[in-house]
Design a protein around this ligand. Structure first.
Ligand code: PEP
Length: 255
């Protein structure tokens, strides 16, 4: 089954109003005429308004880096699904390893965020992946299965209809040391088979992005792999030419 690739930029804790305007202007011009790939950006929520207006007239879709499980009320500092929708955000990253680590987010808590997003009609981008120690101990598949099963156990496998999984080995994030195309493909195939064991139809349509030091030099080869449906990009998403080159590589490889 042909899946439309998705390349998404995770800006993390970077940017300003001016940076947001300039980067989006650069992306709009670099990506003119590129049609065979869905493209999303997740700026800090502070800049969603700036980004929404800068994106007017573009096919680039707005996303966000996090969401809270609560919808309204006395939850100081939190951001709800309704607030994200208010700015036109669609693809929402949850379970990023930086939040799992620095904010102690558990698999079960992340499954609640997944539920909140589905309830609101937003698209969860569920980040999963093993640490370096887990990788060296041969636990990659066990960790990925556990992180996916937390969602399946809470919501059923059908929750992955229209959702996105980002396989991001922690040892590859921000290190310049990407997984090789073959390494990533092996894990992506495992993830798809793990979901297929519950539902082949859900597995066939779920977008599985690779993330971890993707750049304009290594993207094309990663996208030749059949189960890599795009990328979640950190560092290289902060420069319009590099991010656009990754998008173009996905569009070309999957056309
Ligand atoms: C990320 O944190 O989602 C990521 C993939 O970062 P980088 O591309 O910088 O490794």
């Amino acid at each position: 089954m042909a899946r439309r690739p998705l390349v998404m930029g995770n800006w993390k804790l970077n940017g300003s109003k001016a940076f947001t305007r300039e980067l989006i202007a650069g992306l709009k011009s670099e990506l003119k005429g590129v049609e065979d790939c869905d493209v999303a950006i997740a700026p800090p929520v502070m800049y969603l308004a700036e980004a929404e207006s800068a994106l007017a007239g573009s096919a680039i879709v707005l996303g966000a880096q996090n969401v809270d499980v609560n919808v309204q009320g006395a939850f100081t500092g939190d951001i709800s699904t309704a607030m994200l929708k208010d700015f036109g955000a669609k693809y929402i990253i949850i379970g990023h390893s930086e939040r799992r680590t620095y904010h102690k987010e558990s698999d079960e808590f992340i499954a609640k965020k997944f539920a909140a997003l589905k309830e609101a009609g937003l698209v969860p981008v569920l980040c999963i992946g093993e640490s370096e120690a887990e990788n060296e101990a041969g636990k990659t598949e066990e960790v990925c299965a556990r992180q996916i099963d937390a969602v399946i156990n809470a919501l059923g496998v059908e929750a992955f209809n229209g959702a996105v999984i980002a396989y991001e080995p922690i040892w590859a994030i921000g290190t310049g040391k990407s997984a090789t195309p073959a390494q990533a493909q092996a894990v992506h195939a495992f993830i798809r088979a793990h979901i297929a064991a519950k539902s082949q139809a859900v597995a066939d349509q779920v977008i599985i992005q690779y993330g971890g030091s993707v750049n304009d030099a290594n993207a094309a080869e990663l996208f030749t792999q059949p189960d890599i449906d795009g990328a979640l990009v950190g560092g290289a998403s902060l420069k319009a030419p590099a991010f656009a080159a990754i998008v173009k590589a996905a569009a070309q490889a999957k056309a």
